[in-house]
Design a protein around this ligand. Structure first.
Ligand SMILES: Nc1nc2c(c(=O)[nH]1)N[C@H]1C(S)=C(S)[C@@H](COP(=O)(O)O)O[C@H]1N2
Ligand SMILES: [Mo]
Length: 505
């Protein structure tokens, strides 16, 4: 084969191997990709005087220079493997194997050798061989020869194009992913370095009944449900964060993270709940939030007559409309920076989010909030409202049986039954349980510090043999009994009793 096909194919094969190894390294989150490890090895092995001379010329570009040299060297070796592919298949093989071995050696010469690194390097070698095989056919089929048909030529060019696109997509994608990983580490570090005033978390006495199987009254950050539209959460440096407050206000204000800290943080226990929480569901959690009262900020901004809504926007463009009334009526609506005494986790809105007792998350709890416009509901539609969900979204009275679980098989006799109940911003005055005989019995409820959290409830049941349906209902602090009417989560929250079924023998 006297054409340039082998040479070009070899270069592409090497490019494909590199791109795949970079992509897999990014996906598997290797500390160092084979390419970086080899580049680092080259830097470390360069004799001091030579290294100094190079740095003298290129300055801090020495690292990109090392990586570029490695890439060029690999492409050149690829070209060599390409020219060897037809006449000396074994040599081409050995060359690729040596490349893989070199990558693995470099990884283990660094402190970052791992099984994943071996896998990634090997996969790159296999990809290289695959592309060589794909592009370089029999000499008779050489698409550049005079004997080649138009169809052979088109097939070759198409394959060439696909491989090139693959390299660009994998190579580019892996660099983006790696950059995002670095950014994520930087923001995690910035979060860890924050020195906020200490906020010990003290669960109020009597709030947790300590019934085995019932959700902890205080949900840990790790167990807290997460709902948002972000495929990957915004990564915001608190130093770069600001909140712009504008619209129907007398004074436009821009707040920084430090401004919030300097105002002094207040703590509030608030149970957050998602409108999509089905009956018996777990999209609800209770924690202590630390932040600045939203009302104080709105008072400073000076809300103008006619405004009835806060349109808040997240860093990622998600929007949320909250009734101003709920933000100014004195309830613990916060611009929160801590959750359970720690800076907000990134997934829960770091560095700053809203928390409003009594409203479902989609109309109140904007995470990664960066913009506030004081406006009128008649002038906008927020993200979920555009998609058919209710405009206001007040939380409905709810209750859940946590123990026993539906389907459990129990032994006849004493059974402790328990769960949680909530009507944030109103409060819960009682919980009743029906063990299948149509009689509502009063359960014990835990004592909570505000109307804005769930309560735990528990009741002793002398379980008789048979199958039983157990239902629960809550009575809120206004004396309103939780409705048995069944409603879907769409458009503004589910209703109906949580009913479970257990067998007793
Ligand atoms: N930026 C942003 N904030 C958001 C959302 C979102 O999709 N994006 N979802 C909301 C919804 S629907 C809920 S229920 C709560 C959930 O908060 P959590 O993930 O901290 O539990 O966040 C709210 N805040
Ligand atoms: Mo939600």
């Amino acid at each position: 084969m006297s054409s340039r096909v082998p040479l070009l194919s070899g270069v592409l094969a090497a490019g494909a191997g590199l791109a795949l190894s970079e992509a897999l390294s990014a996906i598997l989150d290797l500390r160092e990709s084979p390419l970086l490890a080899v580049g680092q090895g080259v830097i470390n092995l360069t004799p001091g005087p030579i290294a100094e001379a190079i740095i003298g010329v290129v300055g801090t570009a020495d690292k990109p220079l090392a990586v570029t040299s490695v890439v060029l060297a690999v492409l050149a070796l690829g070209a060599l493997a390409g020219t060897w592919w037809q006449p000396h298949r074994l040599r081409a093989f050995v060359l690729v194997v040596l490349l893989v071995a070199g990558a693995i050696t470099a990884l283990f010469a660094r402190p970052y050798g791992s099984v994943e690194g071996v896998f990634v390097s090997t996969a790159a070698g296999v990809a290289m061989l695959g592309v060589l095989k794909l592009l370089i056919r029999d000499p008779q089929e050489d698409p550049t020869s005079l004997a080649a048909t138009g169809a052979q030529r088109r097939t070759f060019i198409r394959t060439l194009g696909l491989v090139t696109i693959g390299i660009v997509v994998l190579g580019g994608g892996s660099q983006l992913l790696a950059a995002r990983r670095r950014r994520r580490r930087d923001i995690e570090a910035a979060r860890a370095a924050l020195e906020l005033p200490a906020r010990p978390v003290n669960v109020p006495a009597g709030a947790d009944l300590d019934v085995t199987g019932v959700a902890s009254w205080n949900t840990s950050n790790r167990d807290f449900y997460r709902i948002d539209t972000a495929l990957s959460p915004p990564l915001i440096d608190p130093v770069e964060w600001s909140l712009r407050i504008h619209g129907m206000v007398d004074n436009e204000i821009t707040l920084t993270y430090q401004d919030l800290i300097d105002r002094g943080l207040q703590d509030a226990w608030v149970t957050l709940c998602c409108v999509s929480n089905p009956i018996g569901g777990e999209l609800i959690g209770n924690t202590v939030w630390g932040g600045v009262p939203i009302k104080d900020i709105l008072d400073e901004a000076g809300i103008q007559g006619g405004a009835d809504a806060l349109l808040s926007t997240s860093d990622d463009g998600w929007t949320c409309g909250t009734p101003l009334a709920a933000l100014t009526d004195g309830r613990d609506a916060l611009l929160a920076v801590t959750m359970n005494g720690e800076p907000l986790p990134i997934a829960h809105g770091f560095p700053v989010r809203q928390v409003v007792p009594g409203l479902y998350g989609y109309v109140s709890a904007t995470k990664w909030v960066v913009d506030w416009e004081i406006t009128r509901f008649s002038d906008f539609e927020a993200y979920w409202t555009q998609r058919g969900w209710g405009e206001r979204g007040e939380i409905k009275t709810g209750s859940r049986i946590d123990v026993p679980r539906s389907g459990d098989e129990l032994t006849a006799g004493a059974v402790r039954v328990g769960g949680v109940a909530w009507h944030q911003n109103v409060g819960i005055s009682g919980v009743e349980v029906d063990f299948g005989d149509g009689r509502w019995r009063e359960a014990e409820i835990s004592s909570v510090p505000t109307a804005d959290t769930w309560v735990q409830w528990a009741i002793d049941w002398d379980a008789p043999e048979g199958r039983h349906a157990i239902s629960v209902r809550a009575i809120d602090a206004d004396g309103v009994v939780q409705t048995a009417d069944i409603a879907d989560v769409l458009p503004d929250g589910a209703t109906g009793h949580h009913i479970i079924s257990v067998g007793v023998s």
